[in-house]
Design a binder for this molecule. Structure first.
Ligand code: PHE
Length: 442
């Protein structure tokens, strides 16, 4: 079997940042921040990103690089009984992909609508008419997963790395343009206030505080692609000479900046058009077409914007698909091509109930959630924290904080000590408390 490798450290960095920056930043962050008190949420999010996100990120990369294996075998290589920790990742990657491909399909739909100049008179109606359909959203989801499958099939340096290098600068540039436009909308400033000025009245009880904490933690893991084996898989293709500490600084930084830019872009429009900031998963699909409808050249802006969001979604989806494929290839010995096809189809099949839950199956609920919410809950609130908790315990107690710090080349004594405290005590305790609280349904 050919051993996959990144062609350079920069290529790895872009691919890992490409995995991190995705729908989580552009589609999810603005509405989760909106639902959880805006700026208060951002502060908690930033703190959790530093305290929990960075150490877990480093640990995952170190596990991947030192073992060179897929998540299950990598964890097993460290301790025979711990393969299941990687197993959380494989399951999580599958669950996320199932709904990621549905939203990815929506993006392709909007991209083609702007390209073809379709009229979007009432954005909210247009959105619900499309998403509640039984066939068309599924076709778009299939196109999305087929594109991802095709890229992944070309291997790591040829497919994943090439795509990731181009899109990031283009995405940032386009977002800045749209922010300038969004700020000039009447009433847009309220959105910025909501987004950036802390309003502590959102935390009126301990229950509120925990709710924000849980959502912020879920979002940190989701946005940095943690607990899902992605960075173990990507780390496995990383050369020994590459600097992981540099990656652990750049990836969260790029990820956070893009999430902030997304909020600055979306929330002014949300306020200007009187959309409740709690609007949820349809927010960017409802708010932004109205902005594009008002500006000159809006059709082109719209098309370019959705193209970039599509890129962001693709570079994340391929990192998840790579987790599944590397696992199937290493476990069964079947080739990359067949694995890519099998995994893509399986993901699509799981996406079908998710897509239908916006229309025909909207009445069906399990544990009080429709399929879409259920998948979100399983990945963000169950598998990701469990995966991340497993990584902390594996690195902190079994492999040992010292060995991880050596592999990650953390040099300064203070950073090593900090890493040790976080990975052994702070992170596991926080994750466990938040996890139990979620289960108790606080
Ligand atoms: N980080 C991606 C995003 O923000 C989603 C993702 C999660 C990708 C987990 C890989 C693994 O959209």
């Amino acid at each position: 079997m050919k051993q996959e490798k990144w062609s350079s450290e920069f290529g790895f960095l872009m691919a890992a940042a490409g995995s991190a920056v995705g729908l989580g930043n552009i589609w999810k962050f603005p509405y989760i921040a909106g639902q959880n008190g805006g700026a208060v949420f951002i502060i908690i999010y930033l703190l959790l990103m530093l305290v929990l996100g960075v150490p877990v990120l480093l640990s995952e990369m170190a596990i991947g690089r030192s073992t060179g294996k897929n998540p299950v075998d990598a964890c097993r290589a460290i301790s025979k009984k711990c393969g299941f920790i990687g197993g959380f990742g494989i399951m999580g990657a599958f669950v996320i992909l199932a709904y990621y491909c549905v939203i990815g399909g929506w993006i392709i739909k909007y991209l083609t609508s702007f390209l073809l100049g379709s009229r979007i008179d009432s954005a909210a109606e247009y959105f619900s008419d499309f998403t509640s359909g039984s066939v068309s959203p599924l076709i778009y989801a299939l196109v999305f997963i087929a594109v991802c499958g095709t890229i992944v099939l070309r291997g790591v340096s040829g497919g994943i790395e090439k795509i990731s290098r181009i899109f990031m600068p283009a995405l940032i540039f386009m977002m800045l343009l749209l922010i300038v436009k969004a700020l000039t909308l009447e009433g847009g400033a309220d959105g910025i206030k909501f987004f950036l000025l802390p309003d502590f009245s959102h935390i009126s009880s301990i229950g509120d505080f925990f709710r924000i904490l849980i959502n912020a933690m879920g979002q940190v893991f989701f946005s940095l692609s943690l607990g899902m084996g992605t960075l173990i898989t990507y780390g496995a293709y990383l050369d020994k000479s590459a600097s992981m500490t540099r990656a652990a600084v750049y990836i969260p930084m790029i990820d956070f900046v893009i999430a902030l830019l997304a909020g600055l872009m979306v929330l002014p429009a949300v306020f200007a058009y009187d959309i409740p900031p709690q609007a949820g998963s349809g927010m960017i699909f409802i708010a932004l077409p109205q902005v594009f409808g008002e500006i000159s050249g809006g059709r082109i802006f719209g098309a370019v914007f959705f193209l970039l969001v599509l890129f962001a979604a693709i570079t994340s989806a391929i990192s998840l698909l790579e987790v599944l494929i590397s696992f199937v290839v290493q476990k069964t010995g079947i080739g990359r091509k067949i694995s890519a096809a099998v995994c893509s189809l399986a993901v699509f099949a799981a996406g079908i109930p998710v897509s239908l839950s916006f229309g025909r199956w909207s009445g069906i609920s399990l544990f009080g959630m429709n399929f879409f919410d259920l998948m979100n809950f399983i990945s963000d609130n169950l598998l990701m924290p469990l995966g991340a908790l497993g990584i902390c315990l594996l690195c902190g107690y079994i492999w040992g904080a010292k060995s991880v710090a050596d592999e990650a080349d953390i040099k300064s004594g203070a950073s090593r000590a900090l890493y040790r405290i976080v990975i052994r005590y702070a992170a596991p305790v926080m994750i466990a408390v938040i996890f139990v609280t979620t289960l108790l349904g606080l």
